[in-house]
Design a protein around this ligand. Structure first.
Ligand code: CNA
Length: 316
């Protein structure tokens, strides 16, 4: 559609790799919409590739999920947090290094060409790479919050790190303290959290119907069934009038509302997709198909740009 509209309005058409290179060279307000694909070369699988997390969860079958998406579903988590915590160690940002694709985004920022990086990733590799103008649309492991809405205790992600690697469920220290006080004051059963939750333990302590995981610490990553922060809408509203190029990188654009960003920017804004697989449900002006690291290296070579050295300053 954007092509047709642009043709009708006699706006320039963009089709080739050279067009992409010139657009990247000359644009001053670039939005980069990135996804799990740009962290695959760092050793973090994406969701939907054939060797991604969903396929692995299905293949291994050890978590007995009806749908692999349940692993990141809020309602499922509230019934069975131990399932997520048996698995979370494999995606927790620890020794991962930013990829050339992250460094390319940093380079755009250093060149004052980056309007904003809208990242769907939760691995905090943007911060590790020193990208400042980033919005982590789906949150990150940098912080964690208690699932009990009457508590909502917030702590740094590092406070649940050990539990993640031990594959146990981290309980909220504030709720634990409150429960202790209740117990000693003999004021009855604590609300929600079971004090002895362990990975793989999904037995009910008492047969009182399904118990919800109140009083459990949950990393501040957006699960299915959770709303995005208002910041996404606010920033997009602000950026859509300024953006002069959209680069979509390493994402299947299957997760709304972030995927809708593409439709919310003006149709005259050129769009470039850098991805291993094509995207057919949304119109892009130019598709550069392949590993994003290789594509950005090619672009940098053509422009005689040097990728910045990776910085390693982990948030978690
Ligand atoms: P996705 O749906 O798994 O899509 C990933 C896309 O990247 C696919 O289209 C792949 O073809 C493509 N791809 C894979 N490897 C490469 C590569 N080397 N170079 C270029 N493209 C590649 O993941 P999305 O990001 O689209 O989905 C959004 C989800 C994924 C968000 O909610 C994230 O939180 C979630 N996620 C994040 C991480 C992470 O933080 N690293 C990892 C896994 C999932």
């Amino acid at each position: 559609l954007s092509r047709i509209l642009r043709r009708r309005e006699k706006l320039p058409q963009y089709n080739t790799v050279d067009d992409a290179i010139q657009l990247i060279k000359n644009s001053k307000k670039i939005i980069v919409l990135s996804g799990a694909g740009i962290s695959v070369s760092c050793g973090i699988p994406d969701f939907r590739s054939k060797d991604g997390i969903y396929a692995n969860l299905q293949r291994e079958g050890k978590f007995e999920l009806d749908d692999p998406q349940d692993m990141f579903d809020k309602e499922f988590f509230m019934h069975n947090p131990s399932c997520f915590y048996s698995f979370a160690h494999s995606i927790f940002p620890s020794n991962f290094k930013p990829s050339p694709s992250h460094r390319f985004i940093k380079l755009l920022e250093e060149r004052s060409q980056l309007l904003r990086n809208y990242s769907q990733n939760i691995d905090t590799l943007e911060q590790a790479c020193g990208i400042e103008n980033v919005l982590q649309c789906h949150g990150s492991f940098a912080t964690a919050t208690c699932t009990d809405p009457s508590c909502s205790f917030k702590a740094p992600g590092s406070s649940i790190r050990q539990a993640i690697f031990d594959r146990t469920v981290p309980l909220c220290p504030r709720c634990k303290e409150r429960d202790e006080r209740r117990k000693t004051g003999k004021k009855g059963k604590p609300v929600g959290a079971r004090s002895s939750w362990k990975a793989g333990d999904d037995s009910d302590e008492e047969d009182e119907g399904p118990e919800l995981a109140y009083g459990v610490m949950k990393p501040d990553i957006t699960f299915f069934g959770e709303k995005l922060s208002d910041e996404f809408d606010h920033k997009l509203l602000q950026d859509r009038s300024e953006v002069d190029l959209l680069i979509v990188m390493g994402t299947s654009l299957k997760v709304a509302p972030v995927s809708e960003l593409v439709a919310h920017i003006p149709h005259k804004t050129p769009t470039i997709l850098i991805n291993r697989t094509p995207i057919l449900h949304m119109q892009m002006d130019i598709m550069l198909l392949g590993d994003s690291d290789e594509v950005v290296k090619y672009i940098c070579e053509a422009l005689a740009w040097k990728l910045p050295k990776p910085r390693m300053s982990h948030l978690v």
